[in-house]
Write a protein that binds this ligand. Structure first.
Ligand SMILES: [Mn+2]
Length: 447
């Protein structure tokens, strides 16, 4: 903590003396829908748009252990100047309260939700840097900016190699161009809708750091979120790590602490992963299943794959990231929401769950018979990596998970002419056989 504080103080010190001062500006850009727009200067008088000010300072310093590090400070200010029209539903476009999100602007203080002892943990001074990959599709500008800005202001600058945005074919291509003007930010735009999974793979292949961090587009990272994750991955490159995901209210954007007692398999823990340091591991494990569409299922698939093929997945209590959980998807699924989810989860079940996939189908009977594409390459990957069975996963990784009752098989215990049978709901006794005739002889056990 001390070394980080020192770095932070050094950073502030340099910033005040302003070795280099670089101000970016660009003309006002209107959003075609007229709803939100942003500009890089705050003095444009356009009344009906959102504006934001990018105010950048690049400060080059010497620094730790003889390495030259670039310190970058970014100040983005989102100024909201338009209120929704009377009767306009603030939840319509994003399934969260846009008015409230815009009102907060691009930066705000959030409560440090970690256990108090987290603040005294120290980290290696030579942690490797990471590429942050954020994919988005028609994300609200205020939430997307808060995501990016929270990363820039709450991470030690030398740990952020770059932020790669993948615009998954949002309606307004200008978002991507404008965001690229933020220091360290690159934005790639898909030519058609690809979904979260293929967009992440695209971002990963463009990344230059050895560690990949995937982040959703409506998050706010909390104090010192990054160091614990990079530390764990640096110590063992087969670890895939996740912070605890705090809850940002979709109604009033209050930042609420999640319980620190998370256990794998509960909920959507893989919203965000810092992945393999040595890129080898991410590629070795087969990245993501790129035949999964849009959203859903990839978190289970990654979790099974990491564990079953020799790695581990950790949720780190001293790393916290807030996420706006929503009750519905605000965007379209070209193939329909339910079908896409079934296709993706069916792929995960078919490739990884062995005989236990019967429980998936029991829980989702509608998945039977639905198309899920070819899984030949994923099955081949599993064989090539010599991965453990799903039974191994259940016994070693998640023994607390209660497996639903096995299929009931009928058999009979018989002694002479007497059978061991239940006579009422709570008593079992040896008596004259009642049901003996209906049990096949092969299942009768004589004692
Ligand atoms: Mn999300």
């Amino acid at each position: 903590f001390n070394s980080f504080l020192t770095a932070l103080l050094l950073f502030l010190h340099i910033q005040y003396f302003g070795l280099f001062y670089f101000f970016q500006s660009s003309p006002l850009t209107m959003h075609p829908a007229g709803g939100q727009a942003w500009t890089h200067r705050s003095f444009n008088p356009e009344p009906s748009v959102l504006k934001f000010l990018i105010h950048t300072q690049h400060v080059y310093g010497s620094i730790l252990k003889g390495c030259a590090l670039m310190f970058t400070a970014v100040r983005l200010q989102l100024v909201r100047q338009r209120s929704l029209k009377a009767g306009e539903d603030p939840y319509r476009d994003h399934a969260f309260n846009l008015q409230e999100s815009d009102r907060l602007g691009s930066e705000r203080a959030i409560r440090d939700t970690r256990h108090y002892r987290c603040a005294s943990i120290t980290f290696d001074p030579d942690l490797p840097s990471t590429s942050i990959i954020i994919t988005f599709h028609n994300e609200a500008r205020s939430t997307l900016l808060r995501t990016i800005k929270s990363v820039l202001i709450r991470s030690p600058p030398y740990l952020i190699q770059e932020i790669i945005l993948v615009d998954d074919f949002s309606s307004d291509p200008e978002d991507c161009q404008l965001l690229s003007q933020i220091p360290k930010v690159r934005c790639l735009r898909n030519e058609r809708r690809e979904g979260l999974i293929r967009s992440r793979v695209r971002g990963a292949s463009a990344a230059s750091a050895s560690i990949l961090t995937f982040l959703d587009s409506h998050c706010e990272v909390n104090t010192d979120w990054l160091q614990p994750m990079i530390q764990r991955v640096k110590e063992d490159h087969t670890r895939v790590v996740s912070p605890i995901i705090d809850v940002i209210s979709l109604d009033n954007f209050a930042y609420l602490a999640a319980s620190a007692d998370l256990r794998g398999g509960e909920g959507r823990i893989c919203n965000l992963n810092t992945d393999n340091p040595y890129r080898y591991w991410f590629n070795h494990l087969g990245q993501y299943d790129i035949h999964m569409d849009i959203w859903g299922g990839e978190n289970f698939e990654l979790s099974f794959r990491v564990w079953m093929c020799g790695g581990s997945l950790e949720i780190l209590p001293c790393s916290r990231v807030g996420h706006v959980f929503r009750k519905r998807h605000p965007y379209d699924f070209p193939e329909g929401n339910a079908l896409t989810y079934i296709k993706n989860t069916r792929r995960a079940a078919e490739v990884w769950m062995d005989e236990y996939k019967q429980y998936y189908y029991a829980a989702r009977p509608s998945a039977q018979g639905k198309a899920f594409g070819s899984i030949a390459d994923r099955v081949a990957l599993r064989r090539k990596l010599n991965c453990n069975s799903f039974r191994w996963y259940l016994e070693n990784v998640y023994p607390e998970l209660r497996i639903p009752e096995q299929k009931v098989t009928y058999s009979l215990l018989k002694q002479g002419g007497l059978c061991l049978e239940s006579h009422s709901t709570d008593s079992l006794g040896l008596a004259e056989c009642k049901s003996g005739s209906s049990i096949p002889a092969s299942q009768v056990i004589y004692v």
